[in-house]
Design a protein around this ligand. Structure first.
Ligand code: FE
Length: 208
């Protein structure tokens, strides 16, 4: 595409990061290290096929299948692949479970590390400085901004993602959902539930 195909793609208007990414891709392509068509397919997969519905199925399976849950807590990547719930889980993924006593919340204080393979593209707020700094200093305040209020005696554990280690929160199954099918339960599990900034409720879908 030439710069004139798109009003917003003029070279001078690209950000520093976009310019650097473009330069890297050009060099890697010229040297034959990457295939631009393959890169396009990867980007497309994350934009269209890979998203929080994958993580939601993982959580719902854990709620209905104690054996799977045990495996998930032991080695999340292995359990998810073995159950056929994702095509790939490339990062060292750790599942952390919410209980009455402990609520888990995930942040990347350094940049924006995120479990892409199970949650898809990260939301903008996850990558923003206010969330990254406040999640550690004032987790209760951040949760309040998300409309989540926990009992005072619930401990909040904040997990700092890194390039090597990513986290997925397994929320508590909401009361009143006993006997629901795995597919029904999965509809309650939003992306925010699995980052720890939301809770599954039977009307969670209506909130977003
Ligand atoms: Fe990061």
């Amino acid at each position: 595409m030439s710069a004139h195909d798109d009003d917003h793609a003029h070279g001078a208007e690209l950000s520093e990061t976009q310019l650097r990414v473009r330069a890297l891709e050009t060099i890697l392509t010229e040297k034959g290290y990457v295939d631009p068509a393959a890169l396009d397919r990867i980007v497309e997969a994350y934009e269209t096929r890979i998203g929080p519905h994958i993580g939601a199925r993982v959580v719902a399976r854990a709620w209905v299948d104690a054996g799977f849950k045990r495996q998930l807590m032991e080695n999340a990547a292995e359990a998810i692949i073995a159950a056929g719930l994702a095509d790939r889980v490339g990062d060292h993924l750790i599942a952390v479970e919410n209980t009455e006593r402990t609520h888990n919340m995930v942040v990347c204080t350094l940049c924006s590390c995120y479990p892409w393979d199970v949650l898809g593209l990260p939301p903008t707020w996850y990558k923003a400085a206010p969330y990254r700094s406040r999640a550690v200093i004032d987790p209760r305040g951040v949760l309040a901004d998300f409309g989540v209020t926990l009992p005072d005696d619930t401990e909040i554990r904040v997990w700092d993602s890194t390039a090597e280690t990513r986290f997925i929160v397994v929320p508590m199954q909401p009361s009143g959902t006993d006997g629901w099918s795995e597919a029904q339960l999965a509809t309650l599990v939003t992306r925010d539930c699995m980052v720890g900034t939301g809770l599954p409720t039977p009307d969670a879908k209506a909130q977003r």
